[in-house]
Design a protein around this ligand. Structure first.
Ligand code: GYE
Length: 308
């Protein structure tokens, strides 16, 4: 892309930039790939990375961020587990004079001077893409159409915004209803368990469609659907978000119907931003990677060369 390397000044030797990164967890294939991308990009660009994993706890993120302040790192990056509750800690970071980059998920703060930039996907648009696929796919099928939804972590930006984007589209059909919806924390195990519960519904209340807010939950749910003696991808259409290798394999095998892309490989953009900030340059307030949707026709081709 357009991310240029900043070249070191010839005359004065550069001290390496220290970047403190509060990663939110390791709940999914997406997250594992995101962590690896950040580590690899830091190593490649000579940035000293101090990373802490918060196990999906905002409290642990606060602890990590306070430790970065105490260490006097040059830049702090945060992948925030939930959207709300960031004002106070971000004010502490600002008071310490350390610039902040919000990575992946967004924060809901009134004072946007509390961070320099946000690097991450448009989650609302991802929900819209899933909804549009569904409307098109079922355009000849008369209702009622029942949709089950596996939400991600409650209060997280991707879960809130994917849900809203999806609803904004499927609401066009009055005979299409989300009849079941519950959070499953973006994990495969919870996706399986919650889907098992959904499938306890009486036969005439079973869902025709599952919209899972990420691949891992969809993969767990596919197990549950098969255990119940139903065919995922046929008896119940399955839609998810991310585009992990395992999900694309299931897409090629016909057990998933569409996977909306969400790109975790944003480590290089983070390192570039850290360098730009330290060089005193101004960055756009929001940077969004381009993303697509995978359908069964393209799945086999997409699996080869998949990085996560
Ligand atoms: O979709 C999911 C992960 O924040 C975009 O978090 C990320 C989401 C991703 O757990 O798999």
């Amino acid at each position: 892309g357009d991310w240029q390397q900043t070249s070191a000044s010839e005359t004065k030797p550069e001290t390496p930039i220290t970047l403190g990164f509060s990663q939110l967890g390791k709940e999914s294939a997406w997250r594992v790939a995101n962590t690896a991308s950040v580590q690899e990009a830091a190593a490649e660009s000579g940035i000293r990375l101090v990373m802490k994993n918060a196990e999906q706890s905002q409290k642990k993120q606060f602890e990590a961020i306070r430790s970065f302040i105490a260490m006097k790192v040059d830049v702090i990056a945060i992948a925030p587990v939930v959207e709300s509750g960031w004002e106070e800690i971000l004010r502490e970071v600002k008071a310490a004079g350390i610039p902040v980059v919000i990575l992946d998920r967004s924060v809901n703060v009134k004072d946007t001077s509390l961070f320099v930039t946000t690097i991450g996907s448009n989650f609302y648009e991802e929900g819209v893409k899933a909804g549009k696929y569904l409307l098109d796919r079922l355009r000849h099928l008369p209702g009622p159409i029942r949709i089950a939804e596996l939400q991600g972590t409650s209060g997280s930006a991707p879960s809130i915004q994917r849900g809203e984007g999806f609803r904004s589209v499927v609401s066009a059909r009055a005979d299409m209803t989300i009849t079941q919806s519950a959070p499953a924390d973006f994990t495969e195990d919870k996706g399986r368990a919650i889907m098992r519960g959904f499938l306890q519904a009486p036969a005439d209340q079973l869902p025709h469609v599952l919209f899972a807010h990420n691949d891992d939950m969809a993969l767990g749910a596919i197990d549950a659907i098969e255990e119940a003696g139903l065919k995922p991808g046929e008896d119940i259409l399955v839609l998810s978000v991310d585009g992990s290798r395992r999900a694309l394999e299931q897409l090629a095998a016909g057990k998933l119907n569409a996977v909306v892309e969400c790109n975790p490989l944003i480590g290089p953009q983070l390192m570039q931003a850290a360098k730009e900030i330290m060089a005193g340059r101004t960055l756009p307030k929001r940077m969004v990677p381009p993303e697509d949707i995978f359908t069964q026709e393209r799945a086999a081709e997409a699996v080869s060369g998949r990085k996560f």
